[in-house]
Design a protein around this ligand. Structure first.
Ligand code: PLP
Length: 361
């Protein structure tokens, strides 16, 4: 079988070993006579697998005991509503850092539910930069400060975190989960859809500091109330079983490949292969974003004209490379190079970029 080189932004590439394991175990999970996806989520095979998954997450991300971990449905998008519903208290504000498509969507949902203070608005620089983390100071009556750690569409990523004292810091890490070591204790909540870096679509990982449950709004309906998910250890209702199983296998793969530090090294290596190709092209390829905040997961770049970009896309496709078209809202080109994309695939793209420039430059 010849596998495509998968640069899709999400859902996205999974490790070959994980796909093979899923394939092998799909019909008969470890000799149980049942598939994991037809077993009860209240039964032993699921519960054992689930707790292994949670333990691996705790270990690989360094999640302290005073945080609950659970997987929800509804995508990262549902969290845009759940966060203000639960934590934006009347008479306070929530600080939002409007840094691009994803933070903007979170901001606009929060505005429908309470008072939002835009701590930072990247509109003027067309969402190509971020505030200096050291300069970030939340409002005096802030319920929380919200940021998106990696803007998947714009291609910018926080390299360091603001210090916000007692104000809860909440981050959408959908597109850079476990791509580097993160000091979880700095955050009151970290969440992300798993379909970029950790597994197939269907589950959203939520990591929530326990004391946040004391700051909640009252009268929330069941599914939208974090307390019920925390108290039920993520099994208040049927969890996304298939995704969780696949995430567990991806976590084992991450552990085998050096954990968060190993992923950070891979991300550094892979992203520098592409950024070097851009920077050494004498302006033939252009990165539109502030170099200080270049994403190591989603590399956005441009060529001199729409025609050239079209031709480039056609050539990548012919070479078995998929997903390099920029998001329809911003155009241009984008290479998403998540954890499990092999280094050789990234090198193949850089080689194609150089050859394309030689022929068309
Ligand atoms: C993909 C993405 C989302 C949206 O995720 P869904 O699971 O489709 O709701 C939100 N935030 C970021 C940073 C993303 O990359």
């Amino acid at each position: 079988m010849s596998r495509k080189k998968n640069f899709f932004a999400g859902p996205s590439v999974l490790p070959m070993e994980v796909l093979q394991q899923l394939h092998e175990d799909l019909l008969d999970y470890k000799g149980s006579g049942l598939s994991m996806v037809e077993a009860s989520h209240r039964g032993q095979p699921f519960e054992d697998m689930y707790h292994e998954c949670l333990n691996l997450l705790r270990e690989l991300m360094g999640i302290p005991e005073n945080y609950d971990i659970f997987f929800l449905g509804g995508g990262a998008t549902l969290q845009f509503s759940m966060i203000p519903m639960n934590f934006l208290r009347p008479g306070t504000v929530a600080d939002y850092i409007k840094s691009g498509t994803w933070a903007n969507k979170a901001t606009s949902d929060a505005k429908k539910l309470g008072d939002v203070h835009l701590y930072y608005d990247g509109t003027e620089n067309n969402f190509t930069s971020l505030p200096d983390p050291k300069s970030v100071k939340p409002s005096p009556n802030s319920s929380y400060l919200y940021l998106c750690s990696n803007e998947t569409i714009g291609g910018i990523e926080w390299q360091d975190w603001p210090d916000v004292g007692d104000v809860p810091l909440i981050a959408d890490m959908s597109s850079d989960l476990l791509s580097r070591a993160v000091p979880v204790e700095k955050f009151a909540m970290i969440y992300g859809g798993v379909q970029k870096n950790l597994g197939p679509a269907g589950a959203t990982l939520v990591i929530l500091r326990k004391d946040m449950l004391e700051r909640q709004n009252k009268n929330l309906t069941a599914y939208l109330d974090y307390r019920l998910h925390a108290e039920g250890e993520g099994l208040y209702n049927t969890p996304p079983v298939f995704s969780i199983w696949a995430v567990k296998l991806v976590l084992e793969w991450i552990k085998k490949n050096g954990g968060a530090e190993g992923m950070a090294k891979r991300a550094q290596l892979k992203s520098s292969i592409i950024y070097d190709a851009i920077d050494s092209s004498d302006g033939y390829y252009r990165s539109p974003v502030d170099a200080a905040y270049r994403s190591k997961m989603n590399i956005v770049f441009r060529l001199g004209s729409d025609e050239l970009e079209k031709k480039f896309l056609a050539e990548t496709k012919a070479a078995g490379m998929l997903g390099l078209k920029g998001h329809r809202s911003v155009g241009g080109l984008r290479a998403s190079i998540y954890n499990s994309l092999p280094v050789e695939d990234v090198q193949a793209l850089a080689d194609l970029m150089k050859e394309f420039q030689r022929v068309n430059g």
